[in-house]
Design a protein around this ligand. Structure first.
Ligand code: SF4
Length: 442
């Protein structure tokens, strides 16, 4: 039986946290159903040395590696080591970076054999089944006469047809807790948090984001199918703390209302975090989400300037953001405002306006990295290439991403970030935090 090792490279934690690698677990579910022997290593938990140990013990025929743009060098290092261990191992990269930069990867790194482009479950299964690569849609590989990209794969129309992630391939209790406070009797600071996903893609078309291009729109699972998976995680794995990894969870209000009803009627006492757009929530929906265990929603607000929203292609309004945060306060769901400080067209005037806006709406948290990341596959990247600010060779280097510094220096961008993060006096922010903690510990 063919053995397949799926690897999330070490050092890919975000802000010191890591969730179980959901994409690999989805591949695992499909491959196990296809009759293959599968192991998953998450380098973030198992450590870097786990790779050689697994290669020696498991002796895989195929190594499947997650490759995101900022951590691409880690993924390439894993592929190089797998190939170095045994040149017969077929190395397959999947994820956002190879989906867009497959040509450069296959043309530069001879230890990478195949790139899976976009949705990977069925393409990877066909690779494992040994189908001729030329007949597998949605991949790229090195052929006799150069790099071959096969026709785009038609994505699975009904996400319920995709097998559940193979959760049992990892020890979920090893994942770190994340959060503060007690929700539904669950101590967020102690309970490991796992990601699940209800939908793929987004209905937005923001200039700095490639999600909508990679997923070609938005698809979702049925509420029952999603609740079935949560119930398995709850009853069989003891999971209580969840993060919906969707880019935009609430695109279809009725489906989320249905999901919340399922969670409540099955008596799944959970706490969950979600991300969505401010124009995709209303009071009825937020009340249902709160009842089902939602304690925090991150909203991509980006800026309080309508002009800048237009310039970054974010089709949303400031009043929608104001309303969403105010509803969260009313209903008792924490809100995180995700802000781009120093994006296209930003000035100190617009930054000060955004800080004043935040003082008015008072989200529970502000998330801002300072500056705008320029990533391949986005309209912003194309613009920057056209202006001669970057070219594809950038991705051969070690920098995780290009910081958009056309209008401001990195130092100014970090000051802008600090201005929005510290949008109020220290005393007001500390007082608000204490009030929140008291409110959450109920
Ligand atoms: S709303 Fe968010 S996920 Fe959707 S395109 Fe914009 S940035 Fe990307």
């Amino acid at each position: 039986m063919k053995r397949i090792l799926l690897i999330n490279p070490s050092g890919t934690e975000q802000s010191g946290y890591s969730n179980p690698p959901l994409g690999l677990l989805y591949l695992g579910g499909t491959l196990l159903k296809g009759g293959f022997e599968v192991r998953v290593i998450d380098g973030c938990v198992a450590g870097d040395g786990a790779l050689e140990k697994s290669l020696a013990e498991f002796r895989p025929h195929i190594a499947g590696i997650t490759c995101l743009t900022p951590a691409r060098k880690r993924a390439l290092d894993v592929a190089r080591r797998a190939k170095g261990f045994d040149k017969n191992i077929l190395t397959v990269l999947g994820g956002v970076h190879p989906t867009i930069m497959y040509d450069q990867i296959l043309g530069t790194y001879d230890f990478v054999d195949v790139a899976v482009l976009g949705e990977g479950e069925r393409a990877f299964l066909e690779i494992a089944q040994g189908l001729p690569l030329s007949g597998i849609t949605g991949i790229a590989y090195r052929g006799k006469d150069g790099i071959v990209k096969t026709p785009p794969r038609v994505y699975e129309k009904d996400l319920d047809n995709i097998p559940f992630p193979a959760w049992h391939l990892l020890d979920l209790k090893k994942y770190p807790a994340r959060g503060l406070g007690i929700v539904n009797g669950i101590d967020l600071a102690r309970e490991p948090r796992v990601s699940v996903v209800f939908s793929r893609g987004c209905t937005g078309h923001c200039d700095f984001c490639s999600t909508w291009r990679i997923w070609r729109g938005w698809r979702h699972r049925s509420p029952t199918n999603m609740a079935d998976e949560i119930e398995i995680l709850y009853r069989d794995f003891g999971m209580r703390h969840f993060c919906f990894a969707d880019d935009s969870l609430t695109v279809d209000k009725n489906s989320i209302l249905g999901l919340c009803r399922e969670i409540v009627s099955r008596k799944l006492r959970i706490a969950f975090h979600a991300t969505t757009r401010t124009d995709l929530v209303d009071e009825e929906l937020l009340r249902a989400m709160k009842e089902a265990g939602c304690y925090n929603i991150a909203f991509g607000i980006e800026t309080s300037s309508p002009e800048l929203l237009k310039r970054i292609g974010k089709n949303n309004t400031i009043s929608a953001s104001e309303r969403a945060i105010s509803l969260c306060h009313k209903i008792g769901i924490r809100s995180t405002a995700l802000i781009i400080a120093g994006g296209v067209g930003e000035t100190w005037e617009t930054i000060n306006e955004t800080a004043a806006f935040l003082r008015r709406i008072r989200p529970d948290e502000v998330g801002s990295v300072g500056g705008l990341w320029v990533l391949p596959g986005t309209r912003l990247y194309k613009d920057c290439v056209a202006k001669g600010l970057i070219d594809d060779d950038f991705w051969l280097g070690d920098d995780p991403y290009l910081l958009y510094t056309v209008e401001h220096s990195p130092e100014a961008l970090y000051k802008m970030r600090d201005r929005v993060s510290n949008y109020d006096t220290l005393f007001s922010r500390v007082a608000a935090r204490v009030r929140r903690i008291l409110k959450w510990n109920v």
